[in-house]
Write a protein that binds this ligand. Structure first.
Ligand SMILES: Nc1ncnc2c1ncn2[C@@H]1O[C@H](COP(=O)(O)OP(=O)(O)OP(=O)(O)O)[C@@H](O)[C@H]1O
Length: 583
């Protein structure tokens, strides 16, 4: 009952399965104890009837003792049931969120391109919340009710099978109806989930792009679209509730018809002298108790069907293959060698048969028209995605065999889209190397020409910079990113037009810092401006995902072709100097 299928179906951890077993056990005990209460009531009523019929008044003491024991057991078992269901669930929620976060951490970046953030947040928060309710309120109660009712049903059948059948026939019919509606209920749940994700997507997009929306006077049009999504969500939710409500209430009514049939059959049996009234009374009391957990179960089963969508979404994350590899990375030097590399983000190939070597101690520049695959090559060099053909080696080691996290310890990256955290300047730079002292952080900041703007901030290095560095200019953000790279001092540096957002004065200063950062390293520069590559040792010209030319800047200028054409096209070509400053 609680095997591997069960565990996967409800996205439980091993501990979660154990908790469910405990919850089920204590629910069975609680239901049986409650039935014990019904037994005591039956004894009291029988005694009363006998007294009324002129018998001797039964001794009150055993009845009283029975009641006290019942109250005590009832309290104790309810407490245990509570602990085993509600009490343990928070540990399960925490373990599941950590499991999901750990999975996300190891997933290749390509996965994040396919799933939007609102959707992933919904899985981490909404889906786990829904499952929390299922783990605490549904599984133990439901399975416990199945078992205890089976036990009680056997006892009733043994006691009087005719009355037992009369009161229990509705149970399988009601559950049959509900299971028959399963597909429909699940479909509704899926539609509700999709509509909810569309709403959170819309909200997130509106918040992220509020500046663009206002700047282009699109507020009204945008809000109309968002309201439509919210209305859709409401409509789909109401429809879903109606469908579920219809089946749950229908099933409940059918089950309760058992009371009527019990009275009818019981009356017939009393009239024909086969049973006495007290037996019918006992059955009637028992059914009300049996129906109570089942009534709850009917609603719980519907919730279980709906929750399947959430469990499936969580399982889809757990099933996505992660980028794994050896935890040890011992390359011989840090030459990066692309050997007949093929790559596709999705189905369409983006890189075809790309081969080049970025040597240690040299600057290798990737140039080419927009969309030719420069950034893609840089990302692949750090195994941010896995390639679909060929190999990429660093110091002779195939990077596909190395754990991405371990591999990245040898890389510094300065990309255009600098990611900053809502923390102080100091901590944002320290991200380059955890454990770096304040003095080291400040030295790196000075080298990256950050000091001049940091000293103007109200609390200097301790100034919080707002979410994603909202309080900083583009150039300032980029200098923080360079300071991080300087602090990390990794043997491989990936630069994406690192100086693009700097003005001329700052650019000159940062270039000085960069040349210190780059000395002796393996450097791969994504260059958008020809001037940036003036000091490169090796140039790889990409066109439509293929290597169109490669060689030294001098050789390529002499060779003519795309590189020379690009140099000549750019207005900066006037300043083109082969001996110019390094990027
Ligand atoms: N995350 C992604 N998912 C799908 N396709 C992508 C993704 N990133 C880039 N591409 C596609 O891959 C191709 C190469 O893109 P890439 O960003 O590597 O080019 P680039 O030469 O760096 O361009 P640019 O100079 O404009 O930055 C383009 O056709 C682009 O549309």
């Amino acid at each position: 009952m609680f095997g591997a299928n069960f565990q996967r179906k409800y996205a439980l951890t091993d501990q979660g399965v154990q908790n469910t077993k405990k919850g089920t056990f204590w629910t069975v005990i609680v239901n049986l104890v409650v039935m014990g209460g019904v037994g005591i009531l039956y004894l009291v009523m029988s005694g009363l009837m006998e007294t009324l019929a002129g018998g001797v008044l039964p001794v009150a003491l055993p009845v009283l003792a029975g009641l006290v024991i019942f109250a005590f057991l009832s309290f104790l078992t309810h407490l245990q049931q509570y602990k085993a269901t509600y009490g343990l669930v928070y540990g399960e929620v925490k373990a599941t969120r950590l499991r999901l976060a750990e999975r996300l951490r190891k997933l290749p970046l390509g996965f994040f391109g396919k799933r939007d953030l609102a959707d992933l947040t919904e899985t981490l928060m909404g889906d786990v919340n829904r499952m929390e309710h299922v783990w605490s309120h549904v599984l133990g109660y439901l399975y416990g009710s199945y078992i205890s009712t089976a036990v009680i049903a056997v006892c009733l059948l043994w006691y009087d099978w005719r009355l037992a059948l009369a009161c229990l026939w509705g149970v399988p019919v009601a559950f049959g109806l509900l299971f028959g509606s399963r597909k429909l209920t699940e479909r509704q749940a899926e539609q509700i989930k999709r509509a909810a994700v569309r709403v959170s997507d819309g909200m997130q997009e509106a918040l992220e792009n509020v500046r663009e929306i206002r700047a282009t006077n699109q507020e009204e049009r945008y809000l109309a679209g968002l309201y439509r999504k919210i209305d859709d969500h409401e409509r789909i939710m109401i429809r879903g509730e109606l469908v579920t409500g219809l089946f749950v209430n229908g099933a409940s009514v059918i089950m309760r018809l058992g009371v009527a049939t019990t009275i009818l059959v019981g009356a017939g049996l009393i009239l024909s002298g086969q049973i006495d009234f007290m037996l019918l009374f006992l059955f009637l009391m028992v059914i009300t108790r049996i129906y109570a957990p089942f009534d709850q179960s009917l609603a719980l089963i519907a919730e279980l069907f709906v929750s399947q969508v959430s469990a499936d979404r969580m399982n889809a994350l757990f099933d996505t293959p992660i980028a794994e590899g050896a935890e040890v990375f011992q390359p011989q030097g840090h030459d990066i060698v692309f050997d007949h590399v093929e790559f596709a983000y999705d189905k369409e190939a983006v890189l075809h048969d790309v081969s080049f070597t970025a040597k240690e101690g040299e600057i290798t520049a990737l140039v080419g028209p927009s969309g030719s695959g420069k950034s893609t090559c840089a990302r692949l060099a750090a195994r941010l995605w896995d390639i679909t053909g060929g190999t990429i080696k660093v110091g002779g080691v195939d990077i596909a065999t190395v754990d991405p996290e371990v591999l990245l310890t040898d890389y510094s990256m300065v990309f255009q889209d600098v990611v900053l955290f809502d923390d102080t300047v100091m901590e944002n730079i320290r991200l380059g190397r955890r454990g770096a002292s304040d003095a080291e952080v400040m030295a790196a900041a000075r080298a990256a020409n950050c000091e001049e703007f940091v000293s103007k901030l109200p609390q200097g290095y301790q100034t919080p910079i707002g979410e994603n560095g909202a309080k900083l200019s583009g150039g300032e953000r980029q200098r923080i990113s360079i300071a991080r790279a300087l602090l990390k001092n990794a043997p491989i540096v990936l630069l994406d037009e690192a100086t693009a957002s700097l003005d001329v004065e700052n650019e000159t200063k940062v270039q000085g810092a960069l040349s210190r950062l780059l000395a002796g390293k393996t450097v791969l520069v994504i260059a958008h401006r020809m001037r940036t590559v003036a000091g490169a040792d090796h140039i790889v010209v990409l066109k439509d995902g293929k290597v169109a030319q490669q060689g030294s800047p001098q050789a390529l200028m002499a060779e003519g072709g795309l590189f020379r054409h690009m140099v000549e096209l750019q207005s900066e070509s006037a300043q083109w100097q082969l001996s110019g400053a390094r990027p």
